[in-house]
Write a protein that binds this ligand. Structure first.
Ligand code: NZQ
Ligand code: ZN
Length: 394
């Protein structure tokens, strides 16, 4: 069991009436002038943006707004936000949306007080020590950015998708009303389900397999999420199931499922290249490559995959062969992804196989030209990653 730090400083306001607390919470965390940052149209259409403005007005807070964040949020929008905040003297950012909006808000928050270009943080040229405080009104359970230390941004110049992690830009508060997620289309719902499962599984597939409590929490999250996925796909307005998913998205990525273990994150790195190159939804990209990653690595500790098969996927233990049980669990996970409408191969993801040139380019970028490996369960180099893309390409 590894020593660990657990740091989850975000105040969560959860439930049907949680939006009534937006103004009070913004004041509590020191806001005077707020940037309301949001995405394409869903938050405007649902009336949420007007509700947020109303709450800020009631609290006597000034605000400006910047919408138009797209999935796989772009650095150009971040730069626009930084300029706006500086011009308007904004001192607090409220992200109304999902992972893309929150990640864009996080990037703006560290970019405002920084003299150089914000992309420097994502290329490790600079490390932030100060930022504007930020918070979120969450509309899609998926990325877990509302409680995580991460931000993932795409630079259109080269289609590079990179992350930056720091405790300083964790959200001060997160307002979560499960009713807001009733309008999520089935595809986005399923992408979110895969992403929160993968945040749990990236931490679960570890050689540190003696953290009994962490494993139990992880397995419970995975079973609950799978069960609720079917419920909300059948009935999008099932409040109880939507609420389980919303909370699962947060605790799957606030490090609770990683206490005492070493996370892998290989599948995430492999996926980020896919969404950087093809602009696909992150959750769908994860589903498309996870099985190929798992088959590439499982022989290093088949018992771990067999445990997943039995405890999470409900596979019957084949006591004669741990490897067979492990493989049956991987297949069951792929069947689940299919059952909720997710792809399990690259052609299913992008509508055609990736070319060999694209595969080599993604594998090369993923490892910085083979200068570092990716993942911990099995450290993967360019050749391994290319093999995983090829296996997912069939
Ligand atoms: O733009 P609008 O119109 O709002 O539509 C959004 C968007 O098209 C829509 N949507 C959101 N809430 C809705 C809704 N539609 C109807 N009703 C609602 N209530 O959903 C679409 C996807 O939104 P997005 O924010 O992109 O989704 P998600 O939360 O999955 O975020 C994905 C991004 O997060 C990054 C991913 O790489 C990706 O860029 N990640 C961030 C992490 C982090 N910061 O810790 C960790 C993750 O592993 C992930 O990498
Ligand atoms: Zn993710």
């Amino acid at each position: 069991m590894k020593d660990f730090k657990y740091y989850a400083p975000t105040e969560v306001a959860f439930g049907r009436d949680s939006e009534e607390r937006i103004g009070e919470l913004a004041l509590k965390y020191g806001a005077h002038k707020v940037l309301v940052h949001y995405g394409g149209s869903s938050a405007v259409r649902s009336g949420l943006i007007d509700k947020v403005y109303g709450q800020l007005q009631k609290a006597g807070l000034a605000y400006v707004s910047l919408g138009g964040v797209v999935p796989n949020p772009r650095v150009s929008k971040v730069r626009e936000g930084i300029e706006l905040c500086r011009r308007e003297g904004v001192d607090f950012i409220l992200a109304v949306g999902g992972g893309s909006v929150i990640d864009s808000a996080k990037a703006i928050s560290v970019g405002v007080p920084y003299d150089g270009d914000v992309w420097d943080f994502y290329t490790r040229k600079a490390y932030a020590s100060v930022c504007l405080p930020l918070a979120t009104v969450l509309t899609i359970p998926a990325a877990g950015s509302e409680m995580s230390d991460g931000s993932v941004i795409t630079n259109e110049d080269g289609n590079l998708k990179k992350d930056y992690c720091t405790d300083i830009f964790r959200c001060k508060f997160a307002v979560m009303n499960p009713e807001r997620t009733f309008t999520l289309p089935p595809f986005q719902t399923a992408c979110g389900v895969v992403d929160m499962m993968m945040h749990t599984m990236e931490r679960y597939f570890s050689h540190d397999d003696d953290m009994v409590l962490t494993d139990a929490v992880a397995e419970s999250i995975l079973r609950t999420v799978m069960d609720c996925a079917f419920k909300v796909l059948r009935d999008p307005q099932d409040y109880v199931a939507r609420a389980q998913l919303m909370w699962a998205g947060s605790i799957a990525h606030n490090d609770l499922t990683g206490c005492g273990t070493t996370g892998d994150w290989g599948t995430h790195m492999i996926e980020h290249e896919l969404s950087g190159m093809f602009d696909v939804a992150h959750g769908a990209g994860l589903a498309a490559v996870w099985g190929s990653w798992a088959r590439n690595v499982y022989m290093l500790l088949p018992s771990r995959f067999a445990r997943f098969a039995v405890n999470v996927m409900g596979v019957t233990n084949d006591f004669t062969s741990v490897e067979k049980t492990a493989l049956a669990g991987i297949e069951a996970a792929e069947r689940f992804f299919h059952a909720i409408g997710m792809p399990v191969s690259i052609p299913e993801l992008i509508g055609r196989p990736a070319t060999e040139e694209e595969i080599l380019k993604m594998a090369d970028t993923c490892t910085g030209g083979d200068s570092h490996s990716v993942g911990v369960f099995k450290p993967l180099w360019s050749a391994d990653i290319a093999a995983i893309y090829r296996a997912a390409n069939g």
